[in-house]
Design a binder for this molecule. Sequence first.
Ligand code: SF4
Length: 77
Amino acid sequence: MGKFKPSVNQARCIGSGDCTETAPAVFQLDENGKSEVIDPDGAGDETIMAAARGCPVKAITVVNAETGAQLFPAAKR
Ligand code: SF4
């Protein structure tokens, strides 16, 4: 079980389906065509990060479930 926990900002999501293709056990398009997290443990940490990086509108946030630290997008300095 991974410790990276993803979440989707549905207001940003454009329903491109990239994340559901990268990690279909984690993300699924809902009835409105927006991605939602169906199982945060449905893929390993690397795959979850790849899905977040691959989102064209940066709608996916990833935090470390143990520390709460935001891993993606990287915090602005
Ligand atoms: S990759 Fe981003 S825009 Fe595309 S469905 Fe997933 S969250 Fe939405």
